[in-house]
Design a protein around this ligand. Structure first.
Ligand code: HEM
Length: 374
Protein backbone atom coordinates (compact mmCIF):
# COMPACT_ATOMS: atom_id res chain seq x y z
CA UNK A 1 0.00 0.00 0.00
CA UNK A 2 1.27 3.50 -0.85
CA UNK A 3 1.65 5.34 2.49
CA UNK A 4 1.65 8.85 1.00
CA UNK A 5 -1.51 10.98 1.24
CA UNK A 6 -3.41 11.46 -2.04
CA UNK A 7 -1.98 14.01 -4.46
CA UNK A 8 -3.55 17.47 -4.65
CA UNK A 9 -6.08 17.39 -7.54
CA UNK A 10 -4.99 20.85 -8.73
CA UNK A 11 -2.31 20.41 -11.42
CA UNK A 12 1.13 22.02 -11.15
CA UNK A 13 1.17 25.44 -12.84
CA UNK A 14 4.68 24.90 -14.28
CA UNK A 15 6.79 21.93 -15.39
CA UNK A 16 8.39 19.75 -12.69
CA UNK A 17 11.87 20.47 -14.13
CA UNK A 18 11.38 24.22 -13.59
CA UNK A 19 10.37 23.75 -9.94
CA UNK A 20 13.29 21.39 -9.44
CA UNK A 21 15.80 23.76 -11.03
CA UNK A 22 14.60 26.67 -8.88
CA UNK A 23 14.54 24.46 -5.82
CA UNK A 24 18.11 23.21 -6.21
CA UNK A 25 19.44 26.66 -7.08
CA UNK A 26 17.85 28.41 -4.10
CA UNK A 27 18.69 25.53 -1.76
CA UNK A 28 22.38 25.74 -2.76
CA UNK A 29 22.31 29.44 -1.82
CA UNK A 30 20.59 28.61 1.50
CA UNK A 31 23.27 25.99 2.20
CA UNK A 32 26.13 28.43 1.50
CA UNK A 33 24.74 30.88 4.06
CA UNK A 34 23.94 28.11 6.57
CA UNK A 35 27.50 26.78 6.28
CA UNK A 36 28.97 30.28 6.62
CA UNK A 37 26.94 30.78 9.77
CA UNK A 38 27.65 27.39 11.36
CA UNK A 39 31.38 27.33 10.63
CA UNK A 40 32.36 30.97 11.02
CA UNK A 41 30.40 31.37 14.25
CA UNK A 42 32.43 28.67 15.95
CA UNK A 43 35.67 30.08 14.49
CA UNK A 44 34.83 33.54 15.88
CA UNK A 45 33.92 32.02 19.27
CA UNK A 46 37.27 30.24 19.41
CA UNK A 47 39.24 33.34 18.37
CA UNK A 48 37.44 35.55 20.89
CA UNK A 49 37.99 32.97 23.63
CA UNK A 50 41.72 32.56 22.89
CA UNK A 51 42.26 36.29 22.35
CA UNK A 52 40.48 37.34 25.55
CA UNK A 53 41.95 34.64 27.78
CA UNK A 54 45.59 35.43 26.91
CA UNK A 55 45.66 39.17 26.54
CA UNK A 56 48.78 41.21 26.01
CA UNK A 57 50.68 39.81 23.04
CA UNK A 58 50.39 40.50 19.32
CA UNK A 59 48.72 37.12 18.80
CA UNK A 60 45.95 38.04 21.22
CA UNK A 61 45.23 41.30 19.40
CA UNK A 62 45.18 39.48 16.03
CA UNK A 63 42.71 36.93 17.37
CA UNK A 64 40.40 39.53 18.93
CA UNK A 65 40.43 41.57 15.73
CA UNK A 66 39.81 38.54 13.52
CA UNK A 67 36.95 37.44 15.82
CA UNK A 68 35.40 40.92 15.56
CA UNK A 69 35.74 41.00 11.74
CA UNK A 70 33.78 37.74 11.49
CA UNK A 71 31.30 38.27 14.35
CA UNK A 72 30.05 41.67 13.13
CA UNK A 73 29.02 40.08 9.81
CA UNK A 74 27.14 37.11 11.31
CA UNK A 75 23.77 38.84 11.88
CA UNK A 76 23.85 39.78 8.17
CA UNK A 77 24.64 36.19 7.24
CA UNK A 78 21.65 35.10 9.35
CA UNK A 79 19.42 37.39 7.26
CA UNK A 80 20.51 35.46 4.19
CA UNK A 81 20.07 32.08 5.94
CA UNK A 82 16.42 32.94 6.59
CA UNK A 83 15.57 34.71 3.35
CA UNK A 84 17.26 32.07 1.21
CA UNK A 85 15.54 29.33 3.23
CA UNK A 86 12.02 30.43 2.32
CA UNK A 87 12.14 29.80 -1.48
CA UNK A 88 13.39 26.19 -1.26
CA UNK A 89 10.79 25.54 1.45
CA UNK A 90 8.05 26.66 -0.92
CA UNK A 91 9.43 24.69 -3.87
CA UNK A 92 9.95 21.60 -1.68
CA UNK A 93 6.34 21.81 -0.51
CA UNK A 94 5.09 21.95 -4.11
CA UNK A 95 7.21 18.96 -5.17
CA UNK A 96 7.25 16.84 -2.02
CA UNK A 97 4.30 18.18 -0.01
CA UNK A 98 2.72 14.77 0.51
CA UNK A 99 5.87 13.59 2.29
CA UNK A 100 7.14 16.86 3.78
CA UNK A 101 3.84 18.05 5.28
CA UNK A 102 3.35 14.65 6.89
CA UNK A 103 6.78 14.58 8.53
CA UNK A 104 6.50 18.25 9.61
CA UNK A 105 3.17 17.53 11.33
CA UNK A 106 4.51 14.40 13.02
CA UNK A 107 7.33 16.42 14.66
CA UNK A 108 5.16 19.56 14.80
CA UNK A 109 6.35 20.78 18.19
CA UNK A 110 10.02 20.74 17.11
CA UNK A 111 9.14 22.18 13.72
CA UNK A 112 7.36 25.17 15.30
CA UNK A 113 10.12 25.49 17.92
CA UNK A 114 12.47 26.51 15.07
CA UNK A 115 10.82 29.95 15.02
CA UNK A 116 11.66 30.60 18.67
CA UNK A 117 15.10 29.00 18.48
CA UNK A 118 15.83 31.19 15.48
CA UNK A 119 14.81 34.37 17.30
CA UNK A 120 16.96 33.49 20.32
CA UNK A 121 19.90 32.59 18.07
CA UNK A 122 19.58 35.88 16.16
CA UNK A 123 19.49 37.88 19.40
CA UNK A 124 22.58 36.08 20.70
CA UNK A 125 24.40 36.77 17.46
CA UNK A 126 23.85 40.51 17.91
CA UNK A 127 25.02 40.34 21.55
CA UNK A 128 28.09 38.31 20.53
CA UNK A 129 28.93 40.74 17.70
CA UNK A 130 28.65 43.75 20.04
CA UNK A 131 30.94 42.11 22.63
CA UNK A 132 33.49 40.95 20.05
CA UNK A 133 33.62 44.39 18.41
CA UNK A 134 34.31 45.95 21.79
CA UNK A 135 37.15 43.45 22.32
CA UNK A 136 35.36 41.91 25.32
CA UNK A 137 35.21 38.17 26.12
CA UNK A 138 31.83 37.40 24.53
CA UNK A 139 32.59 33.86 23.35
CA UNK A 140 29.97 32.27 25.61
CA UNK A 141 27.20 34.26 23.87
CA UNK A 142 28.49 33.04 20.51
CA UNK A 143 28.77 29.48 21.82
CA UNK A 144 25.12 29.58 22.92
CA UNK A 145 24.10 30.93 19.50
CA UNK A 146 26.01 28.05 17.88
CA UNK A 147 24.26 25.53 20.08
CA UNK A 148 20.86 26.85 19.01
CA UNK A 149 21.85 26.91 15.32
CA UNK A 150 23.10 23.31 15.58
CA UNK A 151 19.77 22.30 17.18
CA UNK A 152 17.87 23.99 14.33
CA UNK A 153 20.06 22.11 11.84
CA UNK A 154 19.27 18.88 13.71
CA UNK A 155 15.52 19.56 13.49
CA UNK A 156 15.82 20.19 9.73
CA UNK A 157 17.85 16.99 9.25
CA UNK A 158 15.29 15.07 11.31
CA UNK A 159 12.43 16.38 9.19
CA UNK A 160 14.20 15.80 5.87
CA UNK A 161 14.97 12.19 6.84
CA UNK A 162 11.53 11.50 8.36
CA UNK A 163 9.84 12.58 5.11
CA UNK A 164 11.67 9.67 3.45
CA UNK A 165 10.38 7.03 5.89
CA UNK A 166 6.62 6.52 5.34
CA UNK A 167 6.87 3.13 7.06
CA UNK A 168 7.24 4.78 10.52
CA UNK A 169 4.56 7.48 10.18
CA UNK A 170 1.54 5.50 11.29
CA UNK A 171 3.18 4.19 14.48
CA UNK A 172 4.43 7.68 15.36
CA UNK A 173 0.99 9.20 14.93
CA UNK A 174 -0.62 6.40 16.94
CA UNK A 175 1.79 7.09 19.80
CA UNK A 176 0.81 10.75 19.92
CA UNK A 177 -0.86 13.21 17.60
CA UNK A 178 0.65 16.14 19.53
CA UNK A 179 3.84 16.32 17.43
CA UNK A 180 6.05 15.83 20.46
CA UNK A 181 7.43 12.45 19.46
CA UNK A 182 10.77 12.17 17.66
CA UNK A 183 11.18 9.50 14.95
CA UNK A 184 12.65 6.08 15.81
CA UNK A 185 16.37 5.50 15.19
CA UNK A 186 17.52 6.21 11.65
CA UNK A 187 21.15 5.35 10.79
CA UNK A 188 21.33 8.11 8.15
CA UNK A 189 20.38 10.96 10.50
CA UNK A 190 23.58 11.58 12.49
CA UNK A 191 26.01 11.41 9.53
CA UNK A 192 23.69 13.62 7.51
CA UNK A 193 23.55 16.24 10.25
CA UNK A 194 27.31 16.04 10.86
CA UNK A 195 27.89 16.39 7.13
CA UNK A 196 26.24 19.81 7.29
CA UNK A 197 28.05 20.82 10.50
CA UNK A 198 31.52 19.86 9.22
CA UNK A 199 30.86 21.56 5.88
CA UNK A 200 30.59 24.82 7.78
CA UNK A 201 34.28 24.85 8.62
CA UNK A 202 35.71 24.73 5.12
CA UNK A 203 33.15 27.28 3.92
CA UNK A 204 34.22 29.47 6.86
CA UNK A 205 37.86 28.98 5.79
CA UNK A 206 37.05 30.15 2.24
CA UNK A 207 35.11 33.09 3.67
CA UNK A 208 38.18 34.07 5.73
CA UNK A 209 40.18 34.08 2.48
CA UNK A 210 37.57 36.41 1.00
CA UNK A 211 37.75 38.68 4.07
CA UNK A 212 41.55 38.76 3.78
CA UNK A 213 41.04 40.72 0.54
CA UNK A 214 39.06 43.53 2.25
CA UNK A 215 41.02 46.78 2.47
CA UNK A 216 38.99 47.98 5.46
CA UNK A 217 40.81 45.41 7.59
CA UNK A 218 44.33 46.07 8.84
CA UNK A 219 47.14 44.30 6.99
CA UNK A 220 48.33 41.93 9.81
CA UNK A 221 44.73 40.80 10.47
CA UNK A 222 44.26 40.11 6.75
CA UNK A 223 47.38 37.92 6.68
CA UNK A 224 46.18 36.15 9.81
CA UNK A 225 42.76 35.48 8.25
CA UNK A 226 44.37 34.23 5.03
CA UNK A 227 46.76 31.79 6.70
CA UNK A 228 44.21 30.40 9.15
CA UNK A 229 41.37 30.38 6.62
CA UNK A 230 43.60 28.42 4.24
CA UNK A 231 44.50 25.63 6.60
CA UNK A 232 40.96 25.48 8.01
CA UNK A 233 39.52 25.00 4.51
CA UNK A 234 42.06 22.29 3.64
CA UNK A 235 41.62 20.38 6.88
CA UNK A 236 37.83 20.66 7.21
CA UNK A 237 37.09 19.71 3.61
CA UNK A 238 38.99 16.44 4.16
CA UNK A 239 36.89 15.72 7.26
CA UNK A 240 33.68 16.45 5.36
CA UNK A 241 34.58 14.00 2.60
CA UNK A 242 34.96 11.25 5.22
CA UNK A 243 31.62 12.16 6.85
CA UNK A 244 30.01 12.29 3.38
CA UNK A 245 31.20 8.76 2.59
CA UNK A 246 29.87 7.64 5.97
CA UNK A 247 26.46 9.20 5.22
CA UNK A 248 26.40 7.49 1.82
CA UNK A 249 27.37 4.10 3.25
CA UNK A 250 24.33 4.28 5.57
CA UNK A 251 21.87 4.45 2.65
CA UNK A 252 19.83 1.32 1.85
CA UNK A 253 21.27 -0.76 -1.01
CA UNK A 254 18.20 -0.17 -3.20
CA UNK A 255 18.90 3.58 -3.02
CA UNK A 256 22.63 3.14 -3.72
CA UNK A 257 21.80 1.02 -6.79
CA UNK A 258 19.43 3.72 -8.01
CA UNK A 259 22.04 6.43 -7.49
CA UNK A 260 24.45 4.60 -9.78
CA UNK A 261 21.88 4.85 -12.57
CA UNK A 262 20.76 8.42 -11.86
CA UNK A 263 22.25 10.66 -14.61
CA UNK A 264 22.31 13.80 -12.45
CA UNK A 265 24.02 12.05 -9.53
CA UNK A 266 26.57 10.53 -11.90
CA UNK A 267 27.64 14.06 -12.84
CA UNK A 268 27.05 15.83 -9.50
CA UNK A 269 28.97 13.27 -7.39
CA UNK A 270 32.28 13.45 -9.29
CA UNK A 271 31.86 17.22 -9.72
CA UNK A 272 31.52 17.63 -5.94
CA UNK A 273 34.59 15.45 -5.33
CA UNK A 274 36.64 17.39 -7.90
CA UNK A 275 35.60 20.72 -6.38
CA UNK A 276 36.37 19.74 -2.80
CA UNK A 277 39.76 18.42 -3.99
CA UNK A 278 40.34 21.88 -5.49
CA UNK A 279 39.29 23.46 -2.18
CA UNK A 280 41.87 21.30 -0.40
CA UNK A 281 44.69 22.34 -2.74
CA UNK A 282 43.63 25.98 -2.77
CA UNK A 283 43.37 26.06 1.04
CA UNK A 284 46.81 24.45 1.46
CA UNK A 285 48.31 26.96 -0.98
CA UNK A 286 46.66 29.89 0.87
CA UNK A 287 47.90 28.60 4.24
CA UNK A 288 51.47 28.80 2.93
CA UNK A 289 51.26 32.00 0.87
CA UNK A 290 48.85 34.04 3.09
CA UNK A 291 47.41 35.89 0.08
CA UNK A 292 45.28 39.01 0.59
CA UNK A 293 44.08 39.84 -2.90
CA UNK A 294 40.50 40.25 -4.09
CA UNK A 295 41.12 37.59 -6.77
CA UNK A 296 41.65 34.94 -4.08
CA UNK A 297 38.27 35.86 -2.61
CA UNK A 298 36.59 35.46 -6.00
CA UNK A 299 38.16 32.02 -6.51
CA UNK A 300 36.90 31.04 -3.03
CA UNK A 301 33.38 32.18 -3.95
CA UNK A 302 33.34 30.19 -7.19
CA UNK A 303 34.61 27.05 -5.42
CA UNK A 304 31.96 27.33 -2.69
CA UNK A 305 29.19 27.93 -5.24
CA UNK A 306 30.13 25.00 -7.49
CA UNK A 307 30.59 22.60 -4.54
CA UNK A 308 27.27 23.59 -2.99
CA UNK A 309 25.38 23.31 -6.30
CA UNK A 310 26.86 19.87 -6.94
CA UNK A 311 25.96 18.81 -3.39
CA UNK A 312 22.39 20.14 -3.72
CA UNK A 313 21.92 18.25 -7.02
CA UNK A 314 23.30 15.02 -5.56
CA UNK A 315 21.16 15.36 -2.43
CA UNK A 316 18.13 15.94 -4.66
CA UNK A 317 18.87 12.72 -6.57
CA UNK A 318 19.33 10.84 -3.30
CA UNK A 319 15.94 11.99 -2.04
CA UNK A 320 14.17 11.16 -5.32
CA UNK A 321 15.76 7.74 -5.39
CA UNK A 322 14.72 7.04 -1.77
CA UNK A 323 11.16 8.21 -2.37
CA UNK A 324 10.99 6.16 -5.56
CA UNK A 325 11.91 3.05 -3.57
CA UNK A 326 8.72 3.75 -1.55
CA UNK A 327 6.56 4.29 -4.65
CA UNK A 328 6.69 8.13 -4.75
CA UNK A 329 7.68 9.44 -8.18
CA UNK A 330 8.22 13.21 -8.03
CA UNK A 331 7.96 13.47 -11.83
CA UNK A 332 4.55 11.81 -11.91
CA UNK A 333 2.35 14.92 -11.65
CA UNK A 334 -0.44 16.47 -13.66
CA UNK A 335 1.01 19.70 -15.15
CA UNK A 336 -0.99 22.47 -16.80
CA UNK A 337 1.59 25.17 -17.39
CA UNK A 338 0.32 28.68 -16.93
CA UNK A 339 3.00 30.52 -18.89
CA UNK A 340 1.72 34.00 -18.05
CA UNK A 341 2.13 33.27 -14.32
CA UNK A 342 5.58 31.75 -14.97
CA UNK A 343 6.56 34.88 -16.94
CA UNK A 344 5.41 37.20 -14.12
CA UNK A 345 7.34 35.10 -11.64
CA UNK A 346 10.54 35.25 -13.71
CA UNK A 347 10.21 39.03 -14.23
CA UNK A 348 9.80 39.57 -10.48
CA UNK A 349 12.71 37.22 -9.78
CA UNK A 350 15.05 39.08 -12.16
CA UNK A 351 13.91 42.45 -10.74
CA UNK A 352 14.60 41.19 -7.22
CA UNK A 353 18.07 39.97 -8.19
CA UNK A 354 18.80 43.31 -9.88
CA UNK A 355 17.70 45.08 -6.67
CA UNK A 356 20.08 42.96 -4.58
CA UNK A 357 22.94 43.59 -7.07
CA UNK A 358 22.28 47.35 -6.84
CA UNK A 359 22.34 47.22 -3.01
CA UNK A 360 25.63 45.30 -3.10
CA UNK A 361 27.11 47.84 -5.54
CA UNK A 362 26.06 50.73 -3.24
CA UNK A 363 27.74 48.95 -0.33
CA UNK A 364 30.93 48.37 -2.35
CA UNK A 365 31.10 52.07 -3.31
CA UNK A 366 30.55 53.26 0.26
CA UNK A 367 33.44 55.06 1.99
CA UNK A 368 35.50 52.36 3.74
CA UNK A 369 35.75 52.46 7.54
CA UNK A 370 38.80 50.81 9.10
CA UNK A 371 37.72 47.82 11.19
CA UNK A 372 39.41 47.58 14.58
CA UNK A 373 38.30 46.36 17.99
CA UNK A 374 37.54 49.14 20.46
C1 HEM B 1 19.91 28.98 11.95
C2 HEM B 1 19.03 28.70 11.02
C3 HEM B 1 19.06 27.51 10.10
C4 HEM B 1 19.92 26.48 10.04
C5 HEM B 1 21.14 26.20 10.91
C6 HEM B 1 19.48 25.63 8.95
C7 HEM B 1 20.12 24.45 8.58
C8 HEM B 1 19.66 23.59 7.64
C9 HEM B 1 20.23 22.29 7.37
C10 HEM B 1 21.39 21.68 8.11
C11 HEM B 1 19.51 21.73 6.40
C12 HEM B 1 19.77 20.36 5.76
C13 HEM B 1 19.03 19.29 6.49
C14 HEM B 1 19.30 17.94 5.86
O1 HEM B 1 18.94 17.72 4.72
O2 HEM B 1 19.86 17.09 6.56
C15 HEM B 1 18.50 22.67 6.01
C16 HEM B 1 17.58 22.44 5.04
C17 HEM B 1 16.58 23.31 4.77
N1 HEM B 1 16.35 24.53 5.33
FE1 HEM B 1 17.48 25.45 6.70
N2 HEM B 1 18.39 26.16 8.36
C18 HEM B 1 18.08 27.31 9.04
C19 HEM B 1 17.02 28.14 8.80
C20 HEM B 1 16.09 27.93 7.84
C21 HEM B 1 14.93 28.76 7.62
C22 HEM B 1 14.55 29.97 8.46
C23 HEM B 1 14.25 28.22 6.59
C24 HEM B 1 12.96 28.63 5.94
C25 HEM B 1 12.20 29.61 6.25
C26 HEM B 1 14.98 27.06 6.14
C27 HEM B 1 14.61 26.25 5.10
C28 HEM B 1 15.21 25.06 4.79
C29 HEM B 1 14.72 24.14 3.80
C30 HEM B 1 13.48 24.34 2.97
C31 HEM B 1 15.58 23.04 3.80
C32 HEM B 1 15.51 21.74 3.01
C33 HEM B 1 14.89 21.81 1.72
C34 HEM B 1 14.87 20.51 1.05
O3 HEM B 1 15.35 19.49 1.52
O4 HEM B 1 14.32 20.51 -0.03
N3 HEM B 1 16.08 26.92 6.92
N4 HEM B 1 18.61 23.79 6.78
Amino acid sequence: MNAFPAVDPIPLPAPVWLFKALHVLTLALHFISVEMLLGALLVAVWLNFRGASRRGGGASSLRLNAAAVIARRLPIVMTYVINLGVPPLLFAQVLYGRALYTSSVLIGMYWIAVVFLLMACYWLLYRFAAGAEAGRPAWWLGALAYLLAAVIARIYSTNMTLMLRPEVWQAMYSTTAAGTHLPPYDPTLVPRWLFMLTGGFWVAGLWMLWLAGRRTIEEPVRRYLAANGGWLAALAVSVQVVVGLWALSMQPSVVLDGLGKNQICRIAGPLWLATVAAVFLFGAWAALKKPNSRAVGYVSTVLALVAMLAMAFYRDGLRDQTLLSHGYDVWDRAVVTNWSVVAIFLVVLVAGLAGVAWLVSVMMRAKPVVEKVA
